[in-house]
Design a protein around this ligand. Structure first.
Ligand code: CUO
Length: 684
């Protein structure tokens, strides 16, 4: 058993480094834990705060308890979804905070840890009385899902030999550990295996679960956001591939063909002491029949669902489970399709359109052992915490995205009138990186950061053990936008900034119909157009897409001074693209890209609701907690559709309220220490 972990309290008192130990009623403990309990308390020393847990009438955990404590947990498996949904229901139903905490502590010691953390996190995010709660820092609780397995043996050695935590050296995770350069795809492993990106993906799926109590699933435009967030992941991945001389992601369109991309994750499961299964190159998908996982389906099922979805798109309507026709409308159609394709429990007809995207994950995740003859569990594609590590994730999602694009191709193009903002003209656009010799140059490099492994280890070191990992970073920069406003009165504009590749793989200028799907959203924000002429300046760190660096790595670096009240307040808002991955790597010679800005009429785009919602600073991909998506336009506007006739390049697409600027992204191949830390003391 992994030592019982402190639960992250939905209370203000749970801050900073403070460890919390629960005084738990003895009936809550398993027999083994009764023996271990003194040891657990020792682990956190006298500094720990002790909190007594109220004894309540214990909830019936028999259904979530059906999952073996040592099993892997996958939301993609219908059986596991059922158990998780049940547990979320139990947590949501606890009458007050004390009862919720009590139930959580009890569940923590009796249930599968992955299942527990998932359901507990969803409940924390959705209960009214836990608005200010901290989410468990997943990367620390389950480091095995983020760092290579070999590290744990080294961590054990370090803690056994260096007893004083102050003297311990961080254990360096090599930047390249999952493959060598013989594998072309490895060139973009730094993106796929990035800690912040994988944490974002896990958080996104926590905020937008597809199977949970109805009022949790039914969120404003959640189907559309499923499409848009994953579309943007692909756009970003493709820019990253162009940066590295790779071609765009190929759709996994034929389920019968061998998959050339292999993936060997080198992650260990600390729960079951097994390694995560790999997938060899050229593996073929098969029908799945795994009794133990209560899952059985044929590849033909996925193909049949796909065909029905295409049929619905081409006829412009879906058939509901009541047998009614429901039109795929210009604005709402993509949202309905999102729920159908993913699918979520609010799909209008799961019997007809099935569960396509989720079952694709399963078919791929079990491709190494489709009938369980080798008693192997699922690969990384079976878990939203790890799926983005695998090259095939992008191939599958490129296929899924193309179905959405097929729908978008049926919609009327935006007319010039719909794009224009009469009286508003953008006359200049520039980015400036402090210290750069020229404008319109962006710079990337490697940076190191530390995470504390000690919470997640299956033995109990005293004090932290740090793993040092390397990630992409860029110099912060500023946008400068020149605007003329000849309209009368005070007007507000919505500034939309995108970045896209200028050339395709062959070096030819991009055609609009291709380029639009590669446009990466960088920022979106309202401005007052109060003067006739004005210059809007905006820092890259303000992006509506990203969460700040500190939040991605919150708690990862215990040596960092506590972030202060403001950070605290945002502490649980873990959904958001990591700021350090805002722009693609570029290349040593410089990757040519196009920066695009548009100012649309905010009076038409704004959603009337208070703007001070929680977690509203990464709303582009994550929405705003408890509120409507803060933009009336279709997500991805104005690039969500093909252009009007006669427009084949971005330049001819422009109306007066838009502007494009060529920029160059230069990669500087060096490793820098995190701010405020000195890496030179360590010779790893
Ligand atoms: Cu996020 Cu396929 O939806 O992993």
């Amino acid at each position: 058993d992994r030592p019982s972990e402190p639960i992250f309290l939905p209370k203000e008192s749970d801050k900073g480094d403070k460890k919390v130990v629960f005084d738990v009623p003895r009936e809550y403990l398993t027999d083994r834990q009764k023996k271990l309990s003194t040891q657990v308390i020792n682990r956190f020393g006298e500094k720990a705060e002790r909190i007594s847990v109220r004894k309540i009438t214990l909830p019936d955990l028999s259904i979530p308890g059906q999952l073996d404590r040592r099993a892997q947990f996958s939301l993609f498996l219908p059986e596991h979804r059922k158990l998780a949904s049940r547990l979320i229901n139990i947590f949501m139903g606890m009458r007050n905070l004390d009862d919720f905490l009590s139930a959580a502590v009890y569940a923590r010691s009796h249930l599968n840890p992955y299942l527990f953390v998932y359901a507990y996190s969803v409940a924390l995010l959705h209960r009214d009385d836990t608005r200010n709660a901290h989410l468990p820092p997943l990367a620390e609780l389950f480091p095995e899902k983020y760092v290579n397995g070999e590290l744990f043996a080294r961590a054990r050695e370090e803690t056994n030999t260096v007893l004083d935590p102050q003297q311990r050296l961080p254990i360096t995770i090599p930047k390249d550990y999952t493959a060598s350069d013989l594998e072309e795809e490895h060139k973009v492993a730094y993106f796929r295996e990035d800690l912040g990106i994988n944490l974002h993906h896990w958080h996104w799926h926590l905020v937008y679960p597809f199977d949970a109590p109805l009022d949790i699933v039914r969120k404003d435009r959640r189907g559309e956001l499923f499409y848009y967030m994953h579309q943007q992941v692909l756009a970003r991945y493709n820019m990253e591939r162009f940066s590295n001389g790779l071609q765009r992601t190929k759709r996994l369109i034929d389920l019968r063909e061998p998959i050339p991309e292999g993936y060997f994750p080198k992650l260990d499961s600390l729960v079951s002491s097994r390694v995560w299964p790999a997938r060899a190159a050229n593996t073929r998908l098969s029908d799945i029949a795994r009794e133990g996982d209560q899952i059985q389906f044929d590849l033909q099922d996925i193909e049949r669902w796909r065909d029905r979805i295409y049929e619905a798109i081409h006829s412009g309507a879906v058939t509901t489970d009541q047998g009614r026709r429901q039109n795929l409308t210009e604005f709402g159609g993509v949202d309905t399709l999102g729920n159908i394709i993913e699918s979520s429990i609010i799909s209008p007809n799961r019997a007809l359109y099935g569960d396509m995207h989720n079952f694709g994950h399963i078919a791929i995740a079990f491709s190494h052992d489709p009938d369980n003859r080798h008693l192997e569990s699922f690969g990384v594609m079976g878990d939203s915490t790890t799926a983005m590590r695998d090259p095939v994730f992008y191939r599958w999602h490129a296929f899924v995205d193309d179905i959405f694009q097929e729908h978008k191709r049926t919609l009327p193009a935006y007319s010039q009138q719909q794009l224009d903002f009469p009286g508003v003209q953008v006359s200049g656009l520039e980015v400036n990186t402090p210290g750069a010799r020229r404008p319109n140059e962006l710079f990337t490099f490697w940076q190191q950061n530390d995470m504390d492994l000690s919470r997640g280890l299956d033995f109990t070191p005293r004090g932290p053990v740090f793993a040092r990992f390397t990630h992409l970073q860029h110099r912060p920069f500023t946008y400068k936008i020149n605007v003329q406003n000849t309209g009368s009165g005070q007007r507000m504009g919505y500034v939309r900034i995108f970045l896209g590749p200028k050339f395709d793989e062959r070096g030819a200028p991009m055609l609009f119909r291709d380029q639009r799907t590669f446009m990466v959203e960088l920022d979106k924000f309202p401005v007052n157009l109060s003067q006739r002429t004005q210059t809007i300046e905006r820092r890259s760190t303000m992006s509506s897409v990203t969460i700040p660096f500190e939040r991605t790595f919150r708690n990862l670096d215990q040596n960092r001074p506590a972030g202060g009240a403001q950070l605290e307040q945002f502490n649980f808002c873990g959904c958001g693209w990591p700021q350090h991955m805002l722009i693609p790597k570029g290349s040593a010679q410089g990757l040519q890209a196009q920066l695009f800005v548009m100012i649309s009429d905010y009076s038409q785009d704004r959603v009337d609701q208070p703007l001070d919602g929680m977690c509203n600073d990464a709303s582009s991909y994550c929405g705003v907690r408890g509120q409507l998506y803060p933009d009336k336009k279709p997500m991805g506007f104005p690039f969500d559709r093909n252009a009007r006739t006669g427009v084949d390049q971005l330049r001819s697409f422009l109306t007066k309220n838009m502007f494009i600027q060529d920029v160059v992204i230069k990669f500087q191949d060096r490793v820098e220490a995190p701010a405020g830390r000195n890496v030179t003391t360590f010779n790893g």
